[in-house]
Design a binder for this molecule. Structure first.
Ligand SMILES: [Zn+2]
Length: 222
């Protein structure tokens, strides 16, 4: 089963992707991971990415498409994948549709997670990020316990920086969040509607506990 998951920051996309990766026969592919993997591989493509990233530039659409083609063609992706964080624009969505046709793959379901802006702001203000793996999670998901170990990578400490792995990002404040939500609605939602022309798409209500949202996703995928 091949899936695409989309949603604004703070909607719980990370948590749901992690759950899907655990419970389904899909490998979780995030653009961040693709970039890191490419650099680590030392391939020509990886060297190109390294150059762009160290220059502080954004990876171009062309380069990103090449990386995604590469990743989706690998052995471990043949049993199913979950694409997370891509496409972000209508242009990228068309490019992805073309690419999938080229490599003979398809998308079984596009999942669009969404929630009202106020709820997202409330959540993000309680959001923590892992310095080691860059995953994010919400404090409310942990009840009364303040987490020490990252549930994604298991780290408690960022050894390189000698700091606790989990921390609150400075840009998780209301103005920045509202701006990011606007970018999502203006740029990324059109990408979703573009994919919907070709593949099944479901809008998932991101309100409620992670378990409730996971249940909604399960019922769509059944
Ligand atoms: Zn982590």
């Amino acid at each position: 089963m091949n899936l695409v998951i989309m949603g604004p920051p703070g909607v719980g996309k990370g948590t749901q992707s992690y759950e899907l990766g655990k419970s389904r026969e899909v490998i979780h592919i995030s653009t961040g991971d693709i970039l890191r993997m490419a650099v680590r591989s030392g391939s020509d493509l990886g060297k190109k990415v390294y150059k762009v990233m160290t220059a502080g530039d954004l990876v171009s659409d062309d380069l990103m498409m090449e990386l995604i083609k590469n990743r989706l063609s690998q052995e471990d992706a043949q049993g199913g994948w979950l694409l997370d964080g891509f496409p972000r624009t209508a242009f990228q969505a068309s490019a992805l549709i073309e690419l999938l046709e080229e490599i003979g793959q398809s998308i079984n379901q596009v999942l669009v997670l969404d929630a009202p802006a106020d709820e997202i702001i409330r959540r993000l203000e309680g959001r923590i990020t892992c310095r080691v793996c860059n995953e994010t999670m919400n404090l409310t998901g942990f009840g009364h316990l303040k987490p020490v170990f990252c549930p994604f990578c298991g780290c408690a400490q960022d050894a390189e920086r000698s700091k606790p792995a989990l921390y609150q990002r400075a840009d998780d404040n209301e103005d920045t969040i509202r701006y990011r939500l606007e970018v999502f609605r203006k740029k990324t939602l059109p990408a979703a509607w573009q994919l919907e022309e070709k593949y099944p798409l479901s809008e998932i209500d991101g309100l409620g506990t992670p378990e409730e949202v996971a249940q909604r996703i399960r019922s769509v995928l059944e």
